[in-house]
Design a binder for this molecule. Structure first.
Ligand SMILES: *[C@@H]1O[C@H](CO)[C@@H](O)[C@H](O)[C@H]1NC(C)=O
Ligand SMILES: *[C@@H]1O[C@H](CO)[C@@H](O)[C@H](O)[C@H]1NC(C)=O
Ligand SMILES: *[C@@H]1O[C@H](CO)[C@@H](O)[C@H](O)[C@H]1NC(C)=O
Length: 454
């Protein structure tokens, strides 16, 4: 590790000197509105240098991003509109396979500025990011070093290290992670949106994002079996729908390129933007695995002294326990479209023992919103637990219905239900239970709830 830091230091020093020497290479662009770069196939094939530039957006130049480069920042001059007493959000995009500009960047900047009065710095490294993936991975640290030079300059002009919050998408999360390494974990926060997995999963923590990179690191995982990373890399790691496959992302090979290839990966970003827009809370529960979570083995947030983490900008993701745990996996189920929020409802079922295995379908209804869950009942088990996601909170559920769907090929007997109990997670109150009823094949059973939300 010591060697790592020393090497990093020398690396920074070398680049620092290079950037001083290069001096005034790029022209000032502060009189016109800027957009993030895109690169053509010709430029892509003849890539020679990284060409990192920055765009600044604040509440006073919402519609007109200002571009600047390291070299254009003289020692005494701040980028126009940059206010050192405000917090700064630094957006870092990831790998650009086709050299196209990441079109979501401006949208993210806009929602950030809507929620908070901050400086939004967009790191535009589209030129460096558009090349063979393995070569981009080999050079991403150079981007981090360049960013660290900028942060140093801003620090000299009055910004505090803790005031920087990096938001890195995919490979951009590791770029942010290495900036954090260079500042020995003293930057305020890194939010990783589906941090890149290929070539990083088995990497040393020096070479990938990890919790030591910032005072607080939160990560949202949505494609950890493909483009994303499957291991936790932050203090809190949100695994959405288990972290692999997202609802509403097409699985069919006839689906569009986007739907097939990148939808899961980009879901982290879309969920994050939706969370910033703030219409509902995306709350997660700690658990060892998604399977255990779905089986109702994790029902509260006692590891965080009762407060569950939520996706978004709240400090430490809303966790108040100190010190914040590291590499804590937390799970949540989302819906397939904006605003993605759902309430987690634990169903606990106890049946009298069965002669034959059976199947039943349980439905929770609120107005026109129905959520169904199929359960397979075995002869050797009488207690079942499962978690489902409902757009309505438990206290608004109007009714529950149960159908004995059985197997087609033999006469299914009645299912004798001892109790079915519902609890909203995290569990805070006594469950809502219905006891002792039989469900006959072909005759659905249902029960209306009369309840109020408090
Ligand atoms: C990006 O590419 C599009 C289409 O090729 C082009 O119209 C646009 O001017 C380019 N933008 C920049 C900033 O180069
Ligand atoms: C910078 O931000 C601070 C804190 O919000 C504010 O009081 C000050 O007026 C701002 N400065 C400028 C030049 O806008
Ligand atoms: C945020 O909400 C507004 C309406 O309040 C909507 O127009 C916009 O598309 C939303 N943006 C995101 C990123 O969710």
């Amino acid at each position: 590790m010591l060697w790592g830091y020393t090497a990093a230091f020398l690396f920074v020093l070398a680049l620092y000197m290079r950037s001083e020497v290069l001096g005034v290479a790029e022209q000032q662009e502060d009189n016109k509105c800027a957009d993030i770069s895109n690169t053509t196939w010709q430029q892509y094939r003849t890539r020679t240098k990284l060409q990192v530039r920055y765009l600044l957006l604040t509440r006073s130049n919402l519609d007109c991003a200002q571009a600047f480069s390291q070299e254009s920042l003289s020692k005494t001059r701040l980028p126009p509109h940059f206010n050192t007493s405000l917090m700064s959000k630094v957006i870092v995009h990831g790998y650009r396979a086709m050299g196209s500009k990441p079109s979501w960047v401006m949208e993210l900047a806009e929602v950030l500025l809507k929620s908070e009065d901050v400086n939004v710095l967009i790191v535009d490294w589209v030129y460096g990011a558009s090349f063979a993936y393995n070569l981009v991975v080999e050079s991403y640290k150079e981007v981090s070093v360049q960013i660290s030079v900028l942060i140093n300059q801003l620090q000299k002009q009055g910004s505090r290290l803790e005031s920087f919050h990096f938001i890195g998408v995919s490979l951009g999360a590791h770029v942010a992670g290495f900036v954090g390494t260079l500042f020995e974990g003293k930057i305020g926060r890194i939010t990783a949106l589906d941090p890149a997995g290929p070539m990083f999963k088995r990497a040393d923590t020096f070479d990938r994002l990890d919790p030591s990179d910032a005072k607080f690191v939160d990560a949202i995982h949505t494609d950890s079996d493909y483009f994303g990373i499957s291991i936790p890399v932050g203090h809190i790691d949100f695994f959405l729908n288990g972290g692999n496959d997202q609802t509403g992302c097409a699985r069919s090979r006839f689906a569009s390129m986007y739907g097939y290839v990148i939808c899961d990966h980009m879901r982290a970003l879309h969920v994050y933007m939706s969370a910033l827009n703030g219409s509902c809370a995306l709350t997660a529960l700690p658990c060892t695995s998604y399977e255990d979570f779905l089986m109702g083995k994790c029902v509260d947030c006692s590891v965080f002294k009762g407060t569950c983490p939520t996706i978004g900008l709240s400090e430490n993701s809303g966790i108040t326990v100190s010190p914040v745990p590291k590499e804590q996996k937390v799970f949540l189920i989302t819906t397939s479209s904006e605003p993605f929020c759902a309430h987690h409802i634990l169903v606990e079922l106890e049946v009298a023992s069965l002669d034959k295995s059976a199947e039943m379908e349980l439905t929770l209804v609120k107005g026109s919103q129905k959520v169904e869950k199929r359960l397979r009942l075995q002869t050797d088990t009488t207690v079942y637990r499962t978690v489902l996601a409902h757009p309505a909170p438990l206290c608004e559920i109007d009714s529950i219905s149960v159908r004995n769907t059985g197997a087609r090929f033999y006469r299914q007997a009645d299912i004798h239900i001892r109790s079915v109990c519902l609890s909203q997670l995290p569990r805070r109150e006594a469950p809502l239970c219905v006891n002792k009823f039989d469900v006959r094949r072909g005759a659905p059973w249902s029960h209306d709830f009369v309840q109020v939300c408090n």
